[in-house]
Ligand binder design. Sequence first.
Ligand SMILES: *[C@@H]1O[C@H](CO)[C@@H](O)[C@H](O)[C@H]1NC(C)=O
Ligand SMILES: *[C@@H]1O[C@H](CO)[C@@H](O)[C@H](O)[C@H]1NC(C)=O
Ligand SMILES: *[C@@H]1O[C@H](CO)[C@@H](O)[C@H](O)[C@H]1NC(C)=O
Ligand SMILES: *[C@@H]1O[C@H](CO)[C@@H](O)[C@H](O)[C@H]1NC(C)=O
Length: 396
Amino acid sequence: MNLARITIFVSLLLVEFCFANNGNLDISAFGGKPNSDIAKALSSAWTQACASTTPVKILIPGSTYQMSVLELKGPCKAPIEIQIDGTIKAPADPNTMKGAYHWLTIGRVDSITLSGKGVFDGQGANAWKRNDCHKNYKCKGDSMNLGFNFVNNSIVRGLTSKDSKTFHVNVISCNNFTFDGFKVSAPNNSPNTDGIHIGRSTNVNVINTDIATGDDCISIGDGNKKLTIQNVVCGPGHGISVGSLGRYEIEESVEGLLVKNCTFKGTDNGVRIKTWPNSPVKITVSDMHFEDIIMTNVRNPIIIDQEYCPWNQCKKQNPSKIKISNISFKNIKGTSSALEGVVLSCSSGVPCQDIEMDNVDLTFNGAAAKAKCSNVKPKIIGKAPACGDGVSAGGS
Ligand SMILES: *[C@@H]1O[C@H](CO)[C@@H](O)[C@H](O)[C@H]1NC(C)=O
Ligand SMILES: *[C@@H]1O[C@H](CO)[C@@H](O)[C@H](O)[C@H]1NC(C)=O
Ligand SMILES: *[C@@H]1O[C@H](CO)[C@@H](O)[C@H](O)[C@H]1NC(C)=O
Ligand SMILES: *[C@@H]1O[C@H](CO)[C@@H](O)[C@H](O)[C@H]1NC(C)=O
């Protein structure tokens, strides 16, 4: 045999070997060994899977691995599943992340499934120690655990994101993307460790998911549409938040959010919409419905805050130009850890419109919690706190 023939023969053998397990690509066949950096192996397996014209599954078996910064990019020729049953650890030293925005980025693919009982462990403790974002709003963030950019028709099923250096998951410009049975876990004092951030995406679903972390449970950025959050437990953390919006000129409106059958345990906020005063753009926030929610010892169970201005970085005297409309709070029960369980602080420039409270039953120290409202006249159905005294309920 000449060299070319030997090469072809060996290549065929390799292809056969790699597909041997029912057509699955086990990363061990690409050199991905326990207790070693599997970035190269996963990248090679991805290249092969991505070229396949039939669906392929990549397997990361139950063991502990390291992984350096990695990006898996499409477009690919057929659906790909990555089943992760092991624990994958990020570098603990944030300086070795090369300034990467995400530890693992998945971009420009259609029909990818991430599944399994595996864990992405961001080993964030060192990054949290140097995080100064609470006092420096231009702080440079460390890598987020997982980023999905321009990904369509895809699912994350099972899996855990643990101790991310900053946000755990960042979903941007995705369509029809579902998290089911997902889990996020980080200590309540870990800074900026939002569970799932979703922006500029359409038809994202977060269901049957449990998020315990140090910052927002789920945060929703500009341009997002038709998001469903159902059967989700949040806590500890800062709750579900739309925004903040109105800080940058390039922002787009946010419309369509259903939060249903969710529980908040000891979170700073329950459900929140926050916009900056003096916003450079006139966008809208509309069609958001929060229902069947249990609050346990939550500081601000329901809050619309159109004067959101941390670090005093804005001119509070200029009201927000963001119009909030068609928002409902229905069947919301439980305990508030502040007297004002409902705060509807709307813009004096563009008052909130079509805000409804239907059966909102919150207690503070055993008595009914109160509502504080400005620039809004909520429609009250069933039991709900009346907007408090001494507050300007202008607008309509
Ligand atoms: C995802 O869907 C959008 C909108 O339909 C489309 O423009 C984009 O090309 C799709 N991306 C991929 C990777 O299929
Ligand atoms: C959404 O994505 C799922 C998972 O890939 C797929 O089964 C379903 O058909 C997609 N829905 C639409 C409307 O394309
Ligand atoms: C509500 O969510 C919980 C998880 O928090 C789940 O166990 C329960 O089945 C859900 N109820 C309904 C009616 O979907
Ligand atoms: C309010 O939001 C719901 C849910 O998105 C939508 O079906 C309804 O048409 C909206 N109402 C108005 C007046 O826009």
